[in-house]
Design a protein around this ligand. Structure first.
Ligand code: ASP
Ligand code: MG
Length: 420
């Protein structure tokens, strides 16, 4: 069997749902588990609703939710006909669950509510696709992934209980393929042993696809995206970017680690461990070759550029000229953990530590003020972090010539530069 994952962009309009349906239809007779994420910008909208709810702005939260409801019900009317009532009923159940919660008052932590609210994006989009496929007479069934993927209760970043999840797949997912060709389920979400919804981190649907692939020994995973293939750089910023037709697992895990937005960073390990190839294909033109990611090394890669703008460089400097050693470093990492922030790059000197972060204004300010108890803190914003894999002298010179370099780190195959 195969795993397909469709992201939010492939289902952000009725036309795109229909296109997704056509792609699935063209694989007639194959057994495919389909992992789907929320439509378009739904997850962002739900995040906002969660914030409003937590700030006790109930009316605003309900109003925004009702807009989201209209979007989804409007779509289902365009995509379903014979199955319309059944489809609407399924959506209504999810709506009611959320509205019920929004009418309550928050008493637990934000992250808990975030997951209970945000998870509905995937439930809704997968239900819409399911009913649309039924309309097309495709032999399919729908599965609530929260009955299968078990996580701990680290809300917003749940860790998978692999053994339990595997047993649920054997009991309840594999048998579905006896009578169905297609099983449709949700990416990004799971549940705790108390049936509370959890999420796996933003953009986590790729990871869900990889979890199923690993536990079901799938022959391949295909991620259908709005790009022709994986590119050597973002073509909007670097017009010379080229298509990469084949990449190794190692290359991709490195690229994702440095921030390339190809694939969710956790996706590769479950696939590499079982040697399951990952295909990245265009949902707009399925005839294009796309990219295959597998164990095979590709020796002739061009320079691969990962560009991160909006970076913040923080210098943590010892207050009394003592070396920045174990204890203060450990305290600093405790602060990172507490506010859930990770440096993209760090560099020691004798009496200071430099760390580069993505700009999250709130977190950066919190970090700076907490760290001020231990260090002198200097913050510089609006920087660029450029990572180049397989770099050469020319490309480094071209990309840094009109910039001021603040920090540079390199290994034999990767260079990173923080620039002003
Ligand atoms: N819908 C979720 C998000 O936008 C998960 C995903 O897209 O993979 O983060
Ligand atoms: Mg997405």
């Amino acid at each position: 069997m195969k795993i397909f994952k469709f992201g939010g962009a492939s289902i952000n309009s009725a036309d795109r749902f229909i296109n997704t349906g056509s792609i699935i239809e063209s694989f007639k007779g194959e057994k495919i588990l389909i992992v789907i994420s929320a439509m378009g910008k739904t997850t962002n909208a739900l995040e906002e609703i969660a914030h409003l709810f937590f700030e006790k702005k109930k009316e605003e939260a309900l109003n925004q939710f009702s807009e989201l409801k209209n979007n989804h019900t409007g779509l289902i009317k365009k995509l379903s006909n014979q199955h319309l009532i059944q489809a609407e009923n399924q959506l209504k159940d999810f709506f009611t669950e959320i509205e019920w919660l929004l009418n309550d008052s928050p008493i637990r932590k934000f992250d808990y509510y975030y997951d209970q609210i945000v998870c509905c994006g995937e439930l809704l989009s997968s239900a819409i696709l399911y009913h649309h496929l039924l309309e097309r007479k495709i032999n399919c069934t729908w599965l609530d992934v929260r009955d299968i993927i078990r996580t701990d209760n680290n809300f917003r970043d749940g860790s998978i209980d692999w053994a339990y999840t595997e047993s649920r797949i054997i009991e309840s997912v594999s048998p579905l393929f006896k009578n169905h060709d297609i099983v449709i389920t949700q990416g990004f979400i799971g549940a705790t042993d108390e049936n509370e919804s959890t999420t796996l981190g933003r953009e986590g649907s790729d990871y869900t696809a990889a979890i199923f692939a690993n536990l079901m020994n799938a022959e391949s995973v295909t991620i259908w995206k709005d790009v022709d293939a994986v590119m050597s750089a973002d073509p909007k910023k670097y017009p010379d970017a080229s298509i990469l037709h084949a990449l190794s697992f190692t290359e991709v895990i490195e690229m994702a680690y440095y921030g390339a937005q190809v694939i969710h960073p956790k996706t590769i390990k479950p696939l590499q461990n079982k040697n399951i190839p990952l295909l990245v294909k265009s949902f707009l033109n399925k005839e294009l070759e796309g990219t295959i990611i597998s164990k095979n090394a590709n020796k002739n890669l061009p320079p691969i550029i990962v560009h991160k703008s909006n970076q913040v460089l923080i210098k943590f400097k010892s207050k009394d000229f003592s070396f920045v050693e174990d204890k203060p470093i450990q305290q600093l990492h405790e602060i990172f953990n507490e506010i859930k922030i990770k440096p993209n790059l760090s560099q020691h000197t004798a009496i200071s530590l430099l760390c580069c972060f993505d700009e999250h204004a709130e977190k950066i300010n919190q970090l700076a003020s907490l760290a001020e108890n231990i260090f002198d803190v200097e913050v510089e914003r609006n920087l660029t972090l450029l990572t180049i894999r397989h770099y050469n002298k020319e490309i480094v010179e071209t990309l840094s010539c009109d910039k001021q370099m603040l920090l540079e780190q390199k290994t034999i195959d990767t260079i990173q530069m923080i620039m002003r």
